[in-house]
Design a protein around this ligand. Structure first.
Ligand code: KIV
Length: 276
């Protein structure tokens, strides 16, 4: 069913069932108004830990906390009616043990109303994914470039080129077999993304991957041109709202200094119009 025709949010199993069909549409959101704008158009909305860089000015996602994810998850939830919400588990909230992951994932689900959580990692996270899904927590996996691991990956480079591709296929298989209902593939070669999509039985959600993936996700501030600190090759800017906002702010500043704002229509008379 298309996102526009849907009255209630899909469940993780509905997203899983979209494998091989019409591509799954997703964007990140961090606030209620943005969630409201995308609700009718997206199958799921991701409250990504990219919020740290995009809204809080952090240099990476490593400083993002549970409290930030919960606060933004609650805000996004209030803006959604027909799209499912997935909330990222922040760095340090799940890697220590399956029990730690369960405690924090359960808190995210209970306090935000998320339909699922997302966590980064492949074979190394398979046990944790199995532990969570066996206890009622739907998990979206995330492999390829996993930004929470930039310090061990050596930066934001393309993952899985050449022989390393086999490792990513193993990762995808492992998270699917562990019970993940979908897997994000970030910044991997197109042919590898297509191979993984053909190999696993769960939907692949590409970001810097391939149009052949079962779905796509982008950071909303990137695709709207609101986040302009840098632009990854895989980002398409569908609008330039950052430029528009700066022009508007500059015009406002000029008009205030020239006493052109507020104008007659923005100020109040001593007596209400139509009286005396
Ligand atoms: O945090 C995020 O926004 C993400 C997407 C880029 C997949 O994980």
């Amino acid at each position: 069913m298309s996102a526009t025709a849907r009255k209630t949010a899909p469940l993780p199993d509905d997203i899983r069932a979209m494998k091989g069909g019409t591509p799954i549409v997703s964007l990140t959101a961090y606030t209620t108004p943005m969630a409201q704008l995308m609700d009718a158009h997206c199958d799921f909305v991701l409250v990504g830990d990219s919020v740290g860089m995009v809204l809080h000015g952090l240099p990476s996602t490593l400083g993002v906390t549970m409290e930030m994810m919960i606060l933004h998850g609650q805000a996004v939830r209030r803006g959604l009616r027909s799209a499912m919400m997935v909330v990222d588990m922040p760095f340090g909230s799940y890697e220590e043990s399956p029990e730690q992951a369960f405690r924090n994932a359960a808190r995210i689900m209970a306090e935000t109303g998320a339909g699922a959580v997302k966590l980064e990692g492949g074979t190394g996270m398979a046990d944790t994914i199995g532990f969570l899904t066996a206890r009622g927590i739907p998990v979206m996996a995330h492999i390829g470039l996993t930004p929470q691991s930039i310090n061990t990956l050596g930066g934001y480079r393309v993952q899985g080129r050449g022989e390393a591709g086999d490792g990513l296929v193993r990762d995808a298989r492992a998270v699917a077999e562990a019970g993940a209902f979908a897997v994000v593939l970030e910044k991997v070669p197109e042919a590898l993304a297509d191979r993984i999509t053909e190999t696993v039985a769960i939907p692949t959600i590409g970001i810097g991957a391939s149009a052949g993936c079962d779905g796509q996700v982008l950071v909303v501030d990137d695709m709207l041109g609101l986040f302009t600190a840098f632009k990854a090759k895989f980002v398409k800017r569908y609008a330039h709202l950052g430029d528009d906002a700066e022009t508007a702010i500059a015009t406002y500043a000029t008009e205030v200094r020239a006493r052109l704002f507020p104008a007659a229509e923005h100020v109040f008379a001593d007596t209400p119009p139509g009286r005396g």
